[in-house]
Ligand binder design. Structure first.
Ligand code: DHE
Length: 536
């Protein structure tokens, strides 16, 4: 298999020219090499793919709104299951069912097609990342004061998927301050700098955008991957890390310039590479923690200037020299073995425990300090731990997580790890939220006939006390609270949608703002303070 790299293309250029090329934004370099389909593939399959799959999975199968469809990204999906996914759709994703539209033979041929290697493995290396970088405005020419008047800690960014935009919202008046274009198909929560001035977005096709809230401008962008999961920002605000499905790597960026500092290939102890399920910042540890989709390993990546000795056995030792006096490179990796693949995870509030699960529901409690599993997590179905939250219940800390397959919210005691209660809901849910000042936790019913419902759970009695239907027939989902927890903001997830503001105590509607398929909303205070009721 031939590898195409930009570095070989520029191999003949002198260093000065190369550097110039890297500094200048090169839009051509912002797309991975165009891949020609394998000669042996029948034209009809290609047409079938282009007509039915390409709009979400990319013309070249490199992923866009949907994941890349290449053998190296489909390792955990048997061909038989792939037939099922195409025929019946995939739970908890935007993947529709094609069983009615395509014949069995057509589905089979599509499956063979997506498991066929591309003639050239696309690369997206350090040089390509650097060459994709665009700086729209230097920070020297921008004001250090906001160009609007508002409580800077009570601002929200609301992502609108309908027309690939975002709105900066005043969290006191609930008036939009500014609406701007984003990259195509953002996914995962945008992440703020610790002071809340900048917000970083990741799109599914790898673009990272830095938006200056004070000046209402996208100041820099870089394409960090071909098919991206999410990004995290370090506690000191100096670094961002991007988790990719394609290539199989993590990319560390300098947040000031968005220049790539390190590309960490996610190659495990068994020599195989893996997609990254997700990466998060672990504030007290000064590290990023990542779960792997195709490896039974969790990685911790230190961003300390002088990483602790825990990181001296960094993962690349498995492949390289492990001499005792070797210097530790920046962003060293510590790999912890786990018993199952982790598709999703979150932390306890001290960040010493990682609570993770595969989409098949094999849950674990991992001690990051001890570097080993300390308990099992009883969460069958398809838990959505990325949306897990914690609160105090009868003197204990409990965690709660919605389930993408079952109409239930599991409440788990974080000392005994026993399920205290499984609250039955009117269908599987995607997102769960609360706030330390609120007596309630909110969970949506994202899937099924009751997708227009949102349950409000009393955190003291663990009972559903109200079920809201803000827009009958339209998907209602994803809640976020204001800084003080007095108001809860909810999305009507529809092209002709809205953001609905509720009084979080009386549960009465306060305001409704029309929006284009608003998805997530992110409060600066709650996010930068890692509030226990919200995602991190
Ligand atoms: Fe997400 C966050 C994984 C499908 C909307 N989603 C996340 C995160 C992960 C994840 C790991 C946490 C990253 C972060 O915030 O930094 N999502 C997955 C999947 O594995 C899944 C099921 C399949 C997939 O397509 O990748 C999936 N997600 C979806 C959707 O279909 C949603 C509803 C629409 C969309 O945008 O594609 C969706 N995911 C979101 C949103 C967040 C998110 C809005 C941020 C939530 C938050 O409040 O932090």
């Amino acid at each position: 298999m031939k590898r195409s790299t930009l570095s070989s293309a520029v191999g003949g250029l002198c260093l000065a020219m190369t550097l110039q090329m890297l500094i200048t934004a090169d839009t051509k370099a912002s797309s991975p090499a165009v891949i020609q389909p394998a000669v042996a593939t029948a034209e009809s399959v290609i047409k079938l793919y282009q007509d039915n799959c390409a709009s979400c999975h990319g013309i070249e199968r490199l992923g866009s709104m949907g994941p890349a469809l290449l053998p190296q990204n489909l390792k955990r999906l048997r061909k038989k299951s792939a037939v099922e996914v195409i025929s019946k759709g995939r739970a908890a994703t935007q993947m529709p069912a094609f069983g009615e539209k395509l014949s069995g033979k057509e589905i089979q041929s599509l499956v063979s097609y997506i498991y066929t290697e591309l003639p050239t493995i696309p690369t997206w290396d350090m040089l390509q990342i650097l060459a994709s970088r665009m700086v729209n405005q230097s920070s020297d020419s921008l004001s250090n004061k906001p160009v609007f008047d508002a409580d800077l800690m009570n601002l929200f960014i609301v992502v609108e998927l309908g027309d690939h935009s975002a709105t900066l919202l005043n969290g006191d008046s609930f008036e939009p301050i500014h609406r701007f274009k984003t990259r195509f198909a953002l996914h995962g929560g945008p992440k703020y700098s610790p002071d809340g001035r900048y917000v970083y977005f990741a799109s599914r096709d790898g673009w990272i955008s830095k938006f200056d809230i004070y000046n209402l401008k996208t100041v820099a962008e870089v394409r960090a991957g071909i098919n991206t999961r999410n990004l995290a920002v370090s506690s000191d605000g100096r670094y961002a890390i991007v988790a990719n499905y394609l290539p199989h790597n993590l990319v560390v960026l300098d947040t000031e310039t968005l220049k790539p500092l390190k590309v960490i290939e996610t190659r495990g102890r068994n020599g195989e590479t893996s997609r990254v399920s997700a990466v998060y910042n672990a504030p007290p540890r000064n590290s990023f923690v990542a779960a792997m989709k195709d490896l039974k390993e969790v990685w911790e990546i230190s961003y300390e200037d002088e990483p602790s000795s825990d990181f001296s056995g960094w993962v690349h030792d498995y492949r390289k020299d492990s001499g005792e006096n070797r210097e530790i490179e920046p962003f060293p990796v510590r790999s912890i073995k786990v018993k199952s693949y982790l598709d999703d995870f979150f932390f306890d509030q001290s960040y010493s425990l990682l609570l993770g699960a595969s989409r098949q529901g094999e849950g674990i409690v991992l001690s990051l300090d001890a570097g080993r599993m300390v308990n099992e997590l009883d969460i069958p179905g398809m838990p959505h731990l990325g949306s897990g939250i914690t609160w105090q219940y009868q003197g204990k800390t409990v965690m709660a997580t919605p389930n993408l397959k079952e109409g239930a919210v599991s409440i788990i005691d974080m000392e005994s790890w026993e399920t205290i209660k499984k609250i039955k809901t009117n269908g599987p849910g995607f997102f769960m939220r609360s706030h330390k000042n609120s007596p309630y936790a909110w969970v949506d019913v994202f899937f099924g006939p009751n997708k227009d419902q949102v349950h409000v759970i009393d955190k003291a009695s663990l009972e559903i006390v109200k079920t809201l239907i803000p827009a009958p027939g339209k998907n209602a989902a994803h809640v976020e609270f204001t800084k003080d927890g007095r108001y809860a903001l909810l999305s009507i997830w529809d092209t002709d949608g809205a953001l609905v503001v509720y009084d979080a105590e009386s549960l009465e509607e306060i305001k409704r703002l029309p929006m284009a398929k608003p998805s997530g909303k992110y409060n600066v205070f709650n996010k930068t303070r890692y509030e226990s009721g919200t995602s991190h």
